[in-house]
Ligand binder design. Structure first.
Ligand code: ATP
Length: 280
């Protein structure tokens, strides 16, 4: 892609710090970015260890999608350095991945907070739906925790616009089978409705404090299981009203699933009901 001045930044303005983790293309570091106006921001810097033109293009395609996104619950791109070594610079969310955070804070998180995270992720997905974008990798490992009251959906590495075709047909094999809708497993068909299914699995992860979905099955057994009508069980801390929403997200037929805007409302509507329930 071509990078405009708004998103191309200078390496001199980035100070790189310690390693945060290993990404698909290379190490991710923390750091500080000084904007042209002199403002300092803590950042995450994604690096790419392979310098071939094709790999660099794949690596930068994530930033290319992110540069058009502006939402309070989506990871914010600060800019890219598009000359070797190529870097993607994003806002830093210091509490890290939601999956790890749920495990560490499991005894401190209230159900109200867990629902808040679900609503925030759902709002981010409703926003993407409005842009005709499918995320394709909705899971707690791809949500970052900005503060105890704010999460951000990230990892747009598998995201695609579905403008021309009505769905995106995947060619890659590195797919998260246990999160995927039946039509995605069977026909590699990805739509907003398949994102809704995945969102349901992500909500299941949140209420099970980041347990592995279908840990008791092999990848190859998952589709057989789904086609016999079996679904993930209700997590212990999941309110029954929310679990019934999940089972609707897991309707076998894509058209039988609710939309994200409807889910935002249903999740919100649920809050007072079970908070009352808990008070008894
Ligand atoms: P994969 O596709 O295998 O998930 P990736 O290339 O998308 O890898 P990430 O998983 O996004 O890479 O990043 C690797 C590590 O860096 C993760 O542990 C993640 O927690 C951390 N990280 C990435 N971005 C940020 C950020 N903006 N703030 C804080 N930590 C981050």
């Amino acid at each position: 892609g071509e990078w405009d001045d708004k998103h191309r930044i200078s390496r001199d303005d980035v100070v790189v710090g310690r390693i945060l983790g290993e990404g698909f293309f290379g190490e991710v570091h923390d750091g500080v970015y000084k904007s042209p106006t002199g403002e300092r921001t803590r950042v995450a810097v994604k690096t790419c260890k392979d310098s071939s033109a094709e790999v660099k293009e794949k690596f930068l395609s994530e930033a290319d999608l992110m540069k058009n996104l502006d939402h309070p619950h989506i990871v914010r791109l600060i800019g890219v350095i598009d000359v070797d070594p190529v870097w993607i610079v994003m806002e830093l969310y210091e509490h890290g991945e939601l999956g790890h955070y749920l495990v560490e804070e499991q005894y401190c998180l209230s159900r109200a907070t867990l629902i808040l995270y679900c609503v925030q992720i759902c709002k981010a997905l409703a926003y993407l739906e409005g842009l005709n974008m499918v995320h394709r990798d909705i899971a707690v490992r791809n949500v970052l925790v900005a503060s105890p009251e704010c999460v951000k959906l990230g990892d747009f590495g598998l995201s695609r616009y579905i403008d021309e075709q009505e769905y995106y047909k995947a060619s890659v094999s590195r797919l998260p089978i246990k999160w995927m809708a039946p039509e995605s497993i069977n026909f590699r068909r990805f739509t907003t409705a398949s994102d809704v299914w995945m969102f349901g699995v992500c909500v299941w992860e949140i209420f099970s404090m980041a347990q592995q979905p279908f840990s008791w099955l092999e990848n190859g057994q998952v589709i057989i299981h789904l086609e016999t009508g079996s679904r993930l069980p209700k997590p212990q801390f999941c309110p029954p009203t929310i679990y019934s929403l999940l089972t609707r997200c897991w309707a076998y037929e894509p058209q039988g699933r609710p939309g994200f805007s409807q889910l935002v409302c249903s999740l919100r509507d649920n809050r007072p009901a079970w908070e009352k329930e808990r008070a008894h």
